[in-house]
Design a protein around this ligand. Structure first.
Ligand SMILES: Cc1cc2nc3c(=O)[nH]c(=O)nc-3n(C[C@H](O)[C@H](O)[C@H](O)COP(=O)(O)OP(=O)(O)OC[C@H]3O[C@@H](n4cnc5c(N)ncnc54)[C@H](O)[C@@H]3O)c2cc1C
Length: 511
């Protein structure tokens, strides 16, 4: 993904204060004993943020185990070329992603130094748009080609972003939601729910945007960010379009450091194992009294073979789709499926250390004069990639500068399928290193889509339904906070903090 804009500094400051400094207001009186053991499945940003927020909600005594079948970070990962590492999964973060910002501050991490780049759009034969170094030139070119579409798009996205930002205040006051629909309704009413159930193409055409603008600008942005076109839902479309302004950031030395930091900070135990099944069980009460309590038995396969453990609460922080997680749920009534409907979009990230063949892009000037860093593409079946970007390492050394295309450097391609040697030979004049990672990256959006609930069973929660509204690091973090609050409130019977209507008016009077 590439991304976005700036909000008024005082808004960010206020919300930042809210996130970090008003915990007391959100805390509820403890009504019953805390749970003894909680399991989180998945150590991506969603699972590790869940462990962090669970510790905040349930305090120091609960044992939190985080199961991870692969690598901590999940879809946040880096790959090494030469002496430097490069992001190959989730790479950029919006300036208003306040949970991510809070994590970085709290964990004492730093932001990567910003190296501004230039963008162009390729139609398969030539560059139809190339960003200039001069703001006024870009502005006039956009105005000439698309009238006021571009400015209207920015205003449209900003209006939606304003509504989205309400969630931070609700969460600070401890409110939680049992489904994506209820969460969206609280942020922006019926219109917001509808936005996530229509395609961004429909929404933008209804709002008067031109087809030309959708083809030349909106589709290329969606292709680089989500590997899809204007058939994605309106909300994820707005998230994608918010990527066009300045202020995007990444974590110095790699975004995945947030995940390992959150894990450490939450004092959770990392269990390197693949969870295979979860079953509801009854176990006798320990304190000598008669009776039973319901728990979940987790079966898993780790380094020393198969094992199982009992937990009071279980949180699934990995998509239950296709072959992504492979968890069975025997013994539940009503049954829980291993896979919910819907598919994930395959995206292949290819890093190439090489010299670009600028004539492939229809560029006729000398490649030593070609400084474009991000090449987006129009929809064209003949095209072998969705985007092509010159990428900076996760740590920017002193005196680092962008190089022109004539010099060997690291390029990142997103494509639907792996690229063959012959295809790489079209795009590059020469190369010495290639790294490839195949992802089931994010949902294949085709609204309207039935999203699973956050609550799968009495104390079994699921984080990733949020991805069907939009998949991004911040969305997983936001869902993690919601599920931690939900688990806490349901454990303590605090119904007044769940699925409340008209929160805006209520909070205005509370303030
Ligand atoms: C190529 C690419 C580019 C992207 N670009 C951006 C971007 O620029 N900005 C942005 O905000 N977002 C971006 N995203 C999206 C973002 O990376 C994801 O939305 C986010 O990382 C999802 O985090 P998660 O924790 O919910 O899931 P994951 O990161 O998928 O974590 C789930 C974890 O669960 C583990 N697991 C699965 N099954 C089991 C099991 N049975 N037992 C134990 N462990 C299990 C997996 O190994 C994995 O580590 C991008 C994603 C991709 C793939």
């Amino acid at each position: 993904m590439m991304q976005l804009r700036t909000l008024p500094a005082q808004t960010v400051f206020f919300l930042g204060l809210c996130l970090s400094g008003r915990r007391g207001l959100a805390s509820a009186p403890e009504l019953k004993e805390q749970p003894k053991k909680i399991a989180v499945i998945g150590a991506g940003i969603g699972g590790t943020a869940t462990a962090y927020f669970l510790r905040q909600e349930f305090g120091p005594t609960v044992k939190i185990d985080v199961f991870e079948a692969g690598t901590v970070g999940g879809r946040l990962a880096t790959e090494k070329i030469g002496n430097a590492e490069y992001e190959i999964g989730g790479s950029v973060i919006h300036p208003l992603n306040l949970h991510m910002k809070h994590f970085v501050d709290r964990l004492g991490l730093s932001l990567r130094k910003d190296v501004p780049g230039k963008m162009a759009v390729f139609d398969g034969e030539q560059l139809i748009f190339e960003e200039s170094d001069w703001f006024i030139v870009n502005f006039l070119r956009m105005l000439w080609r698309y009238g006021f579409n571009f400015i209207r798009m920015q205003m449209w996205v900003e209006t939606l972003l304003d509504k989205f930002m309400r969630i931070y205040q609700y969460q600070q006051y401890g409110y939680s939601f049992s489904s994506v629909e209820k969460l969206f309704h609280a942020m922006g009413g019926d219109d917001f729910v509808l936005l996530a159930n229509k395609t961004v193409g429909e929404v933008m055409v209804d709002a008067g945007f031109s087809q030309n603008f959708l083809n030349d600008i909106v589709i290329p942005i969606n292709r680089v960010n989500y590997g899809q076109s204007v058939r994605i839902n309106g909300f994820v479309g707005a998230v994608s379009l918010s990527a066009v302004d300045s202020g995007l950031w990444a974590v110095d030395n790699g975004n995945k450091r947030v995940c390992s930091g959150l894990l450490y900070h939450s004092k959770a135990e990392l269990i390197p194992a693949q969870v295979t099944s979860i079953t509801p069980k009854l176990r006798p009460i320990r304190s000598g009294k008669s009776g039973t309590v319901s728990v979940y038995e987790m079966n898993y396969i780790g380094e020393s073979g198969s094992a199982h453990s009992l937990y009071d609460i279980v949180i699934i922080a990995t998509p239950l789709h296709q072959d992504l997680s492979q968890i069975a749920f025997p013994g539940f009534s009503p049954p829980i499926p291993s896979y919910f409907p819907g598919r994930y979009q395959q995206i292949v990230t290819t890093l190439v250390h090489g010299v670009l063949n600028t004539s492939f892009l229809g560029v006729t000037t000398d490649s030593s004069q070609f400084w474009v860093s991000d090449i987006l593409t129009k929809e064209n079946k003949e095209l072998i990639f969705n985007s092509l970007s010159s990428v900076d390492p996760v740590h920017i050394p002193d005196n680092y500068v962008h190089l022109p295309a004539s010099v060997k450097k690291v390029w990142k391609l997103f494509s639907g399928q792996p690229l063959s040697e012959a295809q790489l030979g079209q795009v590059f004049l020469s190369w010495d290193t290639v790294r490839e990672r195949k992802w089931l990256a994010y949902p294949k959006y085709s609204p309207p889509h039935q999203r699973p609930p956050f609550l799968l069973h009495d104390r079994l929660y699921y984080l990733n339904p949020i991805e069907w509204a939009a998949s991004a690091m911040e969305m997983s973090a936001l869902s993690a906070k919601n599920v931690a609050l939900l688990a806490h409130h349901r454990w303590h019977g605090l119904e007044s903090k769940i699925d409340q209507e008209d929160l805006r008016t209520r909070l205005r009077s509370e303030l």
